[in-house]
Design a protein around this ligand. Structure first.
Ligand code: MSP
Length: 647
């Protein structure tokens, strides 16, 4: 039988952004769905990547003194590396600066131009520089950009336009006739509301003299392609050419996962582009909500951006994968807090999941030397457990269709609870007291072990490492993906005689003292740096590598320096971190002249809480050594670009 195909995508992330939990959220969600479909035996294609053209990249590259291509070659790696750490199983990582992508963008532009779908016109509009978007007078809110609230500029220029306006009526019909096209429902209504207004044509070019960093239009090289028109095409350029897309079997996509802020670009721009190109529309565009942190919007200036690398170091990959998808229903906004995270670890993971596996293995060891017995005497408690397993497996499958991750996990945990109740009700410790009881005990422990296996398979898409660890402790050599969902069709896959090995607790509890310490560290505005009083030493004054890694050391290039008036020691520096610029005050005025400093690459403690010195804010600290009066800045043997982590 021909395998079913399944294509799922994430947005391609702006390469300039520092990856944060918002980005990790979409990518993990896509990964879970991809892993589940693979377990079901489908042929899966999971795509992610980076959006590398446009004004912001050009500006940031300029500030760091690099060519845009060198800048993006360097920055995109942060996303790639983070996805490896998070065990993301993407089949491709597409970058919009790759030739394979640019080729398809040119092919599409030329086709649409030849077919009269693109025309040139003079245009006057309000332009939001940071968002790279044109707005009409009526769109503005208090004269500012309706999206970000920042100032807009009036721009008159000739540009190329895609005839988007003509597509409104059929798009409204399509949305009405296909309930799943835009999810959740509230977002679908938003777009239907938006489409009640006439739909403008879409400006798809930028004059090269104003913005050279983009894909030149194939029919007019005075212009480059508007970054959104370029970026959206990533979803198909991964397959090569328009012909290949039609024959690859993966188009249309089953799900485009996106955040709620980019729904119009997907459900209107992308949908109409596809119609004009002559390709089917994706089955589903799912707009998830946004994460805040302790009730506040995440932002660099507030210093509360939750850094996923740091979370992984502190709690482990699977914990974060679990938490993000369990805590908030997919589609709603959510608030990230360490308190909620620790709560979930202790209750859901340590108490429930860890406990079921642990007590099962513990009793197998105690009563059967770890060897899984054959089923012995059956009892009344067995059927409800087995029925619950079948019910959960079936409902989970349905819920995947709605991408209802939080409900899926809640369902799996219902089965976990049933497993723990089964053990309580059958009371194996009493059964062990008699020979007859031992025959029943064999059944109870066999069923408990099979329940653990079922749970390991069901959680594998969310927590792949944990599932592997559980299989290892259960003594099962067949990898999770080889067992697949097929192995859940009938109760009793695990073989009697299997030698189990109870290992370390898969999720140890975070005890109150340790939890209090973590919460204290993050009490003020997100990720706090390691301060001396918070670093636990081992009695010899030594710290662990985890403690050291809490200090975020980065290369920073000094781009401006001046003495601070009325201060003998302080120099005010402007440093470039690749993705942002910071003001840093350094007590080095007696050792360095400002002009000696500009152009040097130094080491910055980037996650130090900002402090005020002589009324000026210092956003970090640069490293230097001193010997008496001599102060010497730390640096490197060779050249390193700004923003690189120093370890
Ligand atoms: N480059 C465009 C997407 C082009 S897709 C053809 C872009 N990139 S982005 O890096 O700014 O955002 C990528 C995704 O991250 C968006 O889906 C956005 O909603 C999501 N998030 C950014 N901050 C977020 C939170 N705080 N919480 C959840 N998701 C958030 O837009």
């Amino acid at each position: 039988m021909k395998k079913k195909t399944f294509f799922i995508t994430t947005p391609i992330y702006y390469v300039n952004d520092v990856p944060h939990i918002g980005h990790a959220y979409t990518t993990i969600a896509a990964d879970v769905a991809a892993r589940y479909r693979r377990l079901a035996g489908d042929d899966v294609f999971f795509l992610t990547g980076t959006d590398e053209h446009g004004q912001k990249v050009q500006q940031a590259a300029g500030q760091s003194g690099r060519e845009p291509q060198a800048h993006v070659d360097d920055l995109h790696v942060r996303f790639k590396e983070l996805w490896i750490r998070f065990n993301i199983s993407n089949n491709d990582f597409i970058r919009t600066t790759e030739e394979r992508h640019k080729k398809v963008v040119r092919e599409i532009l030329q086709k649409l131009y030849d077919e009269g779908e693109i025309y040139k016109d003079s245009y006057e509009g309000w332009y939001c520089m940071p968002d790279e978007r044109f707005w009409t007078e009526k769109d503005l809110v208090d004269g500012n950009c309706p999206e970000c609230g920042r100032k807009v500029e009036k721009i008159t220029e000739s540009n190329y336009f895609f005839k988007m306006g003509q597509h409104r009526d059929w798009l409204v019909d399509h949305i009405n006739q296909n309930e799943n096209f835009i999810q959740p429902k509230s977002r679908r209504n938003e777009i239907l509301g938006f489409l009640k207004q006439p739909l403008d044509d879409l400006c798809i070019s930028r004059p090269k003299e104003r913005l050279p960093w983009g894909i030149p239009l194939p029919f007019d090289d005075e212009y480059v392609t508007y970054v959104w028109f370029d970026a959206l095409i990533n979803y198909i350029s991964t397959f090569g050419t328009l012909d290949k897309i039609r024959s690859c079997g993966f188009w249309p996509a089953a799900h485009h996962l996106i955040g709620k802020d980019i729904l119009t670009t997907h459900s209107v721009y992308w949908a109409t582009m596809l119609k004009a190109i002559g390709l089917d529309l994706p089955e589903n565009i799912f707009a998830h909500g946004w994460w805040t942190v302790n009730g506040q919007k995440m932002s660099k200036s507030l210093g509360n951006v939750v850094e996923p690398n740091h979370l992984i170091e502190q709690f482990g990959v699977d914990v974060i994968r679990y938490f993000l998808l369990r805590e908030v229903p997919f589609g709603l906004d959510g608030d990230f807090s360490h308190k909620a995270l620790i709560g979930r670890i202790n209750s859901d993971l340590a108490n429930n999941l860890g406990n079921l596996l642990n007590r099962t293995l513990n009793m197998l060891k105690k009563y059967f030397k770890g060897e899984l017995p054959k089923i012995g005497t059956k009892g009344d408690e067995d059927a409800p457990l087995i029925a619950k397993s079948a019910e959960v497996i079936q409902e989970v499958d349905q819920l995947y269709g709605e991408l209802a991750y939080s409900k899926i996990l809640a369902k799996i945990w219902e089965f976990l609870d049933a497993g723990n109740i089964y053990i309580n009700d059958t009371a194996p410790w009493n059964l062990a007291k008699s020979d007859d009881g031992k025959k029943r005990l064999a059944t109870v422990l066999y069923n408990s072990a099979e329940a653990c296996r079922v749970i390991a398979i069901l959680i594998a898409p969310f927590m792949p490492q944990t599932a592997d660890k559980m299989m290892e402790q259960l003594g099962i050599d067949t990898p999770v993906d080889k067992q697949g969902l097929d192995s859940l069709k009938k109760w009793g896959w695990i073989q009697p005689g299997t030698q189990t090995h109870q290992g370390a607790q898969i999720f140890p509890r975070i005890e109150d003292k340790a939890a209090a310490k973590i919460l204290e560290e993050v009490a003020v505005g997100g990720e706090a740096p390691a301060s001396e009083k918070n670093v636990e030493t081992n009695g010899k004054g030594q710290i662990t590598i985890d403690d050291f890694m809490k200090v975020d050391l980065r290369t920073a290039k000094i781009i401006a320096a001046e003495k601070v008036k009325k201060s003998k020691k302080l120099i005010k520096l402007k440093v470039d971190l690749g993705t942002e610029q910071r003001q840093v005050l350094a007590g080095i005025a007696e050792a360095y002249e400002p002009e000696q400093l500009v152009g040097r690459t130094v080491i910055l403690v980037a996650n130090l809480k900002p402090a005020k010195l002589m009324g000026l804010e210092s956003q970090g600290m640069i490293l230097a050594g001193s010997d008496g009066d001599a102060i010497i800045l730390g640096g490197f043997d060779g050249d390193l670009p700004p923003g690189v982590r120093v370890k």
